[in-house]
Design a protein around this ligand. Structure first.
Ligand code: KIV
Length: 254
């Protein structure tokens, strides 16, 4: 079965998708061995690995560099990768970018926005595509922040139409980022491909989170909708402090 067939089948059976991001070999291996349904080499890379303030400056070469490492750590879950900002302005450019990601090991690619022409060309070229609607991080500078989407009737209608257009163009799933919960639920009911929510409530067909947010590895920044399952920053620093203390206290003559 293709990824899309698997996802539609799982949705029809009421099975929810649990997805996370990955950026390197050890975490990809740990996540894969934990049973995650899909790993995304997201352009959140810029923020959570490279220390940038948003995703805008992430390059295709950077995504590929991290995708290759993630691929080495994964034996069972599908691996998807983001098309970075400005690398899919036209369908042809999207295809050239997506082909590089597939060559580097991606099973699927994700792109932001209502771009059915880009999606249709990729899908007809044999590439699995995940859509991404709602808050689009690649637009954050224009929008001046991460704002909830679908609050007004016209915005909600546009999002529903865009979701249906992405499905018709051949997407295998659609990420809904920071979308009004009732709208996310309605879109989920209207589509036969799964909706994957991030900050869009519990009624999507699955969820994706940025792994360092889930694990509490970035105590200096956590989106309001994330409920971390661990606080790994604390044992991380405790172990390093213990190492520093032991090293400095050890006698050279021991
Ligand atoms: O880049 C990213 O991490 C994403 C999110 C949807 C998880 O696109």
């Amino acid at each position: 079965m293709t990824l899309k067939e698997n996802l539609i089948f799982a949705k029809a059976q009421g099975k929810r998708q649990a997805w996370l991001t990955a950026y390197d070999y050890p975490s990809a291996r740990l996540l894969d061995e934990s049973g995650i349904d899909l790993l995304l080499v997201g352009d959140s890379l810029g923020m959570v690995v490279l220390g940038q303030k948003d995703t805008i400056d992430v390059t295709l070469d950077q995504i590929i560099h991290h995708l290759i490492a993630v691929r080495r750590g994964v034996t069972r879950a599908p691996v998807a990768a983001d098309l970075p900002f400005h690398t899919y302005k036209t369908p042809d450019q999207a295809l050239a970018t997506a082909r590089r990601l597939v060559e580097a090991g991606a099973d699927a690619v994700k792109l932001e926005g209502p771009l059915p022409d880009q999606v249709a060309l990729l899908v007809s070229s044999g590439i699995e595509v995940i859509g991404h609607l709602g808050m689009l991080p690649q637009q954050v500078r224009e929008e001046g922040g991460y704002h909830r989407k679908g609050k007004t009737e016209s915005e909600a209608e546009a999002l529903l139409i865009a979701s249906l257009a992405l499905q018709a163009a051949g997407c295998c799933a659609v990420v809904l980022e920071i979308v009004e919960e009732t709208l996310a639920e309605e879109i989920s009911q209207q589509l036969n491909i799964p909706t994957i929510g991030i900050g869009s409530g519990p009624r999507c067909d699955g969820q994706i989170l940025v792994t360092p947010d889930l694990l509490g590895l970035q105590p200096w920044f956590r989106p309001a909708f994330v409920k971390p399952k661990a606080d790994l920053g604390t044992p991380f620093q405790a172990a390093v402090r213990e190492y520093i203390r032991e090293t400095k206290e050890a006698s050279k003559t021991e």
